[in-house]
Design a protein around this ligand. Sequence first.
Ligand SMILES: Nc1nc2c(ncn2[C@@H]2O[C@H](COP(=O)(O)OP(=O)(O)O)[C@@H](O)[C@H]2O)c(=O)[nH]1
Ligand SMILES: [Mg+2]
Length: 305
Amino acid sequence: MNLLEKFKLGLNKSSSSLSEGINNIFKKRKVDQDILQEFEDLLIGSDVGIETAQNLKNDFEKFRIDKKIDDHKEILKLLADKLSLELLKYEKNLNDLGNNKSAVIVVSGVNGVGKTTTIGKIGKFFKDNNKSVVFGAADTFRAAAIDQLELWARKIKVDIVKSETGSDPASVAFKTAEFTKKNRIDIALIDTAGRLQNKKNLMEEYKKIINVLKKIDNDYPNEIILVLDATTGQNALNQVEEFSKIHDLTGLIITKLDSTAKGGIVLAICKKYKLPIIAVGMGEKEDDLQPFKADLFAKTLLSIN
Ligand SMILES: Nc1nc2c(ncn2[C@@H]2O[C@H](COP(=O)(O)OP(=O)(O)O)[C@@H](O)[C@H]2O)c(=O)[nH]1
Ligand SMILES: [Mg+2]
């Protein structure tokens, strides 16, 4: 199975109830206002956002009435084309993360969204592409967090820079960047804690990490990625808001699209924050990270084969 097939399979799982829903509504009878309302409700339920859901419904009507297209499948296809065009500018190639020499990437996000797992997967991706990788265990808050990253490092055979539990995350970030420069490592991925219990502390912690990295190279960090869990729905939007206040984000990774029918959140996030999507998480395993493909995403969301 190639990457695109895997993407589609994962996303199909994610949007299966949405596509099923779409198929079911249009199977019922000839399209009327009630059916279109059901279509809109279904889209709202998938977290695309109310405005987008309304736009899609209105576009559906335009194609049906103005262009006199009868076949709902044909209309859905036109909607998917339009959506895909809108989303195209948010595609970001995972490969580009390693474009800078000795790139340092900070991976941020609240607890449990999948930061550590995603770092493991990105590491695997670059390792497979013959790049050297180092992990920085700057989530020093819990011992288990360091162990988890170490397990990934061992699994995919990459270096890890770590310190004791409770030590200063910024100092681990600093050491990771130092190690990266000194050993001419291609790409460093720094794991962070992302506790939201104390917002002020969290912000200070991230700011400190970023400041110490700049002491090693003013271009550091080359990327600050925010990881979002698609299953949290609208809450993901608040997280983008909060983390953007700390530092300009360079891209997003959206995880757990394999276990939610709310894949529409991707659309809501793109439209509102205009941030590129670097990849999407489609499972817990090392190869379950897929590039974000606008056309496939739009088609799958609207149940086009
Ligand atoms: N189904 C699914 N689970 C995921 C995905 N990414 C991460 N997880 C799981 O989510 C949980 C939290 O992940 P973790 O990487 O520890 O999150 P962190 O606290 O942000 O570092 C773990 O059980 C992961 O296996 C994904 O794309 N799909
Ligand atoms: Mg973690």
